[in-house]
Each structure stands twice: as C-alpha cells, then as structure tokens.
Design a protein around this ligand. Structure first.
Ligand code: HEM
Length: 388
C-alpha cells in the first residue's frame, strides 16, 4: 500500500475501480484532507465537504476559467455556461432555466417511462445482459436528445463520442480531441440546418431564439453551449443509473426492500448519488493566495473540488461508507453547489428514479454475472437477470 506522501502526490480521480477510489478517499480524510497531486500539471484537491462547499460559495476567488474540467474536454474554447465566471455566467444560464424546472421535467415523465419499458423488453429477453448498453446509456440519451432536438438518426453515434471525450482524455488526449472536433462539426451543421426553420419546443430552438442584451448568441457560443449540454446531459445520468444497478446487484436485500416499498426509491436514488457520485470532481483556479487547513494555495493554482470525497466525509455524514437506502437529510454534493450547481439536476434525478422504478418492477431479481470483476464505473455492466 502506498505511504501517505505517495498517496497524496499520486492521487488521481480518473480511472480507478470504484472500491479503490472510495478507500483512497477514506485515507485522505484521515491523513491529508487538502492535498497536492502531481498529475495534470499539478493541482490541489479538497476532500472535505465543508471546504468544497465554501469554495463553491466564493466563485470570484475560485474561478472556473480556463476550464472546470481537468484535463479539459478536448476543446480550446470555454464551455458555456460551465467555464464562465460572473457576471456573464448568469446571462447564459438563465436562457435554459425554463426547460429544467420541476414542472417542465414532470411533463417528460411519461415519455421517460415508455422509453424505459421499451428498453427493458430487450433486457428481459436475455439471461445475462450488459445493462450499460441496453438500458443505462440509451435511456438518458433518448430522453435528453428528444428534449434537445437532436435528430433520432444521429443518436447511435453519441456513445462513442462521449466515451472518447470523457474517458479517453486522460490516456489518449489525441483521441479525445478528434472526437471533440467531430462533435463541434456536428453541432456546426445541425445549428446551420436549424436556422430559419419553424420554432419547436426544444432546447436548440430556445438557444437560437435567445437574446443577451438584445443580441442573439454567436454561432460559436451556440456550438459551445450545445457541446457542454451534450457532454453534461448524457453520461452523467447514465453513470447514475448503472452505478445504482451495480450496487443493487450486490445487495439483494435492498432490491427486495425497494420492490416492497417503492416509495423509498427517491431516497435510495439520493443515497446512490451521494455514495457513487457520477461527477467525482470538478476543477477551479484559485485567484488569490489562500490558506486551507494549513496548506498554502497560490494565486493561479488549480484546485479540484472532489465531490465524491466530500460526499463520504465522516464529519458530514453518519457511517459515510455505508449505503442506507432510507437515509434522511442527505445534503450531498453530487450536483455541486453555488452558482454552477447542475442545471439539469431535476431532470437527472427524475430519470434515475424512473429508471430504478421500472428496472426493479421488471426484474424479479438480478445479480452480477461476473462478481469478481472490478468495476470502474464505465464500460460494460453484465448482470444476470431471470430473463423471460
Ligand atoms: C445524475 C445526473 C447528473 C449529475 C450527477 C450532474 C452533475 C453536475 C455537476 C457536479 C456539475 C458542476 C457543478 C459545480 O461545479 O458546482 C454540473 C453542472 C451542469 N450540469 Fe449536470 N449533472 C447531471 C445531469 C445533467 C443533465 C441531465 C443535464 C442536462 C442537460 C446537466 C447539465 C448541466 C449543466 C448545464 C451544468 C453547468 C451549470 C452551470 O455552469 O451553471 N446535468 N452537473
């Protein structure tokens, strides 16, 4: 096992098997709650819930420029609105708020449920099924792409792009950049094709119609906004669904209880978001010399807010490593906090709850087909189901 100094320097939040990263967080909490990692050009990291929350409340000191992503998502331009500081940030964010209110999301629920049921009909045909490919990924892709106005014929291309941009960027940046270029071209063409066409109640229409101080968004701003929504809206929710199923497949008692008491599913979903956070960390740049827990952070240093660790902080949660599907008062950081708090949180939450309700209702019992296999939160998730 690495000594404390190596653990601090080598800390990486990308690519670790889930069980390992969680034990790393527990060690960091005990020995090094504010650390200095050497990867990605060097960065500080905050693992305490309280410190992350405080940084989120101070967006001037903890700026999102040049990018909230570490390493970046394969682009050389800031992503709107995630990489934009005040005062411009709220002008961009405000444009899409009406699409993500609880009421707007409730109107999408029937469509979500139908989609989930259609996908589950395919899962049920198999005794051993890759639920990532058959369920956890397509459900949010279909729901969000409909809302966004991405043409249905294009959906099959999306998974490979998202994988290359989000997951390959740490090991193969050239591949991430190539995928990023394809996504930029895709939105370039799509936005040009949509200009001047009839208004539809989707996200692209809303972006095209938006005005800031009387001016429409430039073509580059529109591409940037679409790009961010694409990477933010698809795999985050897919991660939430597949990681919850990963956990439930290990815990038949929890499955049984949720089938018996489906009213608990929203609380269980919050607990899965807390413990298996789809976005483990996001970066900031510190704009002024700052001391946190005795560590001296210099102006210009990159600082990582490790939401996944904050969500397992023993000072903020009782038995933080345990998953209690009926946990009350679960004030986790899975959607961030502060002015950049996830714009799609109501949608992501609802999709997760509907996905779990439908899966548990359709599958009388499921377990891991390869229980010894370590899982990294990405790629295949092979479950044994009863089948039809
Ligand atoms: C379970 C699913 C999701 C999780 C866990 C999640 C998590 C996050 C996190 C951690 C942030 C950064 C917050 C911060 O730094 O304070 C974020 C921002 C954002 N998310 Fe999500 N997200 C999810 C689903 C979605 C969906 C479905 C959309 C929809 C389109 C979306 C759109 C956004 C946008 C636009 C931002 C940037 C907000 C801003 O900068 O003002 N997310 N999300």
């Amino acid at each position: 096992m690495a000594d404390d100094r190596t653990l601090e320097a080598e800390f990486d939040f990308h690519g670790e098997a889930l069980d390992h990263i969680f034990s790393t967080y527990a060690r960091l909490h005990a020995t090094c709650p504010v650390g200095r990692g050497e990867r990605y050009g060097g960065f500080w990291y905050l693992t305490k819930n309280e410190d992350i929350f405080a940084a989120e409340q101070d967006p001037i000191r903890f700026s999102v420029a040049p990018s909230m992503l570490l390493p970046d998502f394969g682009t050389d331009f800031p992503l709107i609105p995630i990489d934009i500081d005040p005062p411009d940030h709220s002008r961009y964010r405000r444009i899409l708020l009406p699409l993500f209110t609880p009421r707007a999301v409730a109107e999408l629920e029937d469509g979500m449920r139908d989609t989930a049921r259609q996908l589950l009909a395919q899962v049920r045909k198999q005794r051993v099924a890759d639920v990532t490919a058959l369920y956890a990924r397509p459900m949010p892709t279909i729901v969000f792409s409909r809302l966004a106005g991405f043409p249905e014929k294009d959906w099959p291309k999306f998974d490979a792009w998202v994988d290359d941009i989000i997951y390959e960027r740490t090991t193969d940046p050239a591949r991430a950049r190539a995928a990023a270029r394809e996504v930029v071209d895709y939105f370039d063409h799509l936005l040009q094709a949509r200009r001047g066409t009839a208004d539809t109640p989707d996200l692209i229409s809303r972006l095209l119609a938006a005005r800031i101080d009387g001016e429409p968004l430039t073509h580059d701003e529109l591409i940037s906004y679409c790009y961010l929504l694409f990477v933010a809206g698809l795999d985050t929710t897919a991660w939430a669904i597949r990681s919850s199923l990963w956990y439930l497949a290990r815990d038949p008692g929890a499955q049984e209880r949720l089938r018996r008491e489906p009213d608990l599913i929203p609380a269980a979903a919050e607990e899965f978001l807390r413990t298996l956070s789809p976005v483990q960390a996001m970066a900031r740049t510190c704009r002024a010399d700052t001391e946190i827990r005795g560590r001296q952070i210099k102006a210009g240093d990159r600082v990582l807010l490790v939401f996944g660790a904050g969500n397992r902080d023993p000072e903020s949660f009782d038995s933080p490593e345990e998953i209690h599907i009926d946990r009350q008062a679960n004030r986790h950081l899975a959607f961030g906090a502060g002015i950049h708090r996830c714009l799609g949180s109501t949608l992501g939450r609802r999709e997760l709850v509907v996905a779990l309700e439908e899966f548990l209702a359709a599958m009388p019992g499921f377990s891991h087909a390869r229980p010894q296999e370590e899982w990294h939160g990405i790629g295949r998730l092979t479950l044994q189901t009863a089948g039809d």
